[in-house]
Design a binder for this molecule. Structure first.
Ligand code: FES
Ligand SMILES: [Fe+2]
Length: 383
């Protein structure tokens, strides 16, 4: 474990500053955004130890569908087993450690390792080991205690599959409760998956997130969004454990933002004029508008490079019917434009994280308590 790097970067002195009044406190130091060792430590101490979005049910709709995914540098496999249930395993053969499922596939009853052909069932159990005792001397009945694929703790919320690799984070329902409590008015079962947008950003994943829950930058960076929800109507982002949340009244629906598409069924008038934002620490974000759910997923490739996915869901026919195609296009263009505005700033800040003139910054008491909370949460998992 990379405990040394975390102790060197998040010293007692640095961490004690996270607990001061916001105006005296700081955000995370530069090394958290620039050091390859720090990112390695994040894989082990952060991404593996909390609930992370790993995949989607729509990628494995039928029994025997199997899909490799990568999480915090680790190969995993998600699958739909013979009973139609979702399974998640470490995608690593117990013999010599080959990746068992290198590519997405369907109609599988058995997962066969490409190296020496050990075969596993969709329940992860080892079924056969060909030539295990010498040429033509097969092990056809390894028994229930034989080394199978290692299962990964997981939970399913509608289309989303979450994993907790370490297995010891709080139960998923408890983890999810602050979101459930605030979104009772939304019938998420009406959502249908439409499309995923992908962006390659030259910035650390944490800069992208900290920028998301920063409502302070809207007038300078997003002129159209400012028109739609002006700064005097905005509040700083609130926090509740591993959740960050904010909500804005929609003064005037725009193309791509609540105009022309079906709304969540039964949403009252206030809900039809409300935008919600949620960030589930560390790398998943949700934007709820009356006509859509946008899920942001970040994959950290390098300290200064992140892939951002936006998975877009609309309500019922809004996702599928040709008549709504122009509206869907407007949503995709809106996200593209908004993100491009944000990435310019994120890439700008990534450059400045190499400067000795900055090392955590000075925070606004109104807008930046969420940035301070993010630093505290990071320290809690990393130290
Ligand atoms: S590594 Fe998988 S069968 Fe040998
Ligand atoms: Fe922004």
């Amino acid at each position: 474990m990379n405990v040394e790097i975390t102790r060197n970067v998040l010293t007692d002195d640095v961490v004690s500053r996270f607990d001061l009044e916001t105006e005296q406190a700081t955000g995370l130091p530069n090394a958290c955004y620039t050091s390859p060792e720090w990112l390695k430590a994040e894989n082990e101490r952060l991404f593996a130890r909390t609930w992370m979005l790993a995949g989607f049910c729509h990628e494995i709709p039928n029994k025997g569908d199997v899909c490799p995914v990568e999480m915090g540098g680790m190969p995993l496999v998600i699958l739909r087993d013979n009973d139609g249930e979702v399974g998640v395993f470490h995608n690593v053969c117990r013999h010599r450690g080959a990746v068992v499922v290198p590519e997405k596939c369907s109609a599988q009853r058995i997962l066969t390792c490409p190296y020496h052909a050990w075969a596993y069932g969709l329940d992860g159990k080892l079924r056969t080991r060909p030539h295990f005792y010498g040429g033509d001397k097969h092990d056809t009945d390894p028994g229930p205690d034989a080394p199978g694929l290692v299962p990964v703790r997981h939970a399913v919320w509608h289309d989303l599959i979450f994993v907790n690799i370490s297995g010891d984070e709080m139960p998923f329902e408890e983890h999810w409760e602050p979101f459930t409590r605030r979104t009772k008015d939304y019938d998420f079962s009406a959502l249908r998956y439409a499309k995923t947008l992908e962006f390659d950003v030259k910035g650390n994943w944490k800069l992208i997130l900290e920028n998301f829950f920063d409502a302070y930058h809207v007038p300078s960076v997003h002129p159209k969004l400012e028109e739609f929800a002006p700064i005097h109507t905005r509040d700083g982002t609130q926090t509740d454990g591993v959740w960050f949340h904010n909500t804005n009244p929609i003064t005037e629906p725009q193309e791509g933002r609540g105009e022309g598409m079906p709304f969540y069924p039964g949403l009252d008038e206030k809900g039809q004029r409300t935008e919600w934002y949620f960030h589930l620490f560390p790398t998943t974000l949700f934007e709820i508008w009356p006509d859509q759910l946008a899920i942001f997923q970040l994959k950290a490739l390098e300290p200064g490079r992140t892939i951002e996915y936006i998975h877009l869901y609309f309500i019922g026919e809004g996702a599928t019917e040709p008549q709504y195609e122009p509206n869907r296009q407007a949503v995709y263009e809106m996200w593209d434009e908004l993100n491009t505005e944000d990435f310019t700033i994120v890439e700008n800040m990534q450059q400045a994280r190499s400067s000795p003139a900055f090392d955590g910054g000075v925070l606004s008491p109104f807008w930046d308590p969420a940035t301070q909370h993010f630093a505290k949460l990071t320290a809690k998992y990393m130290r």
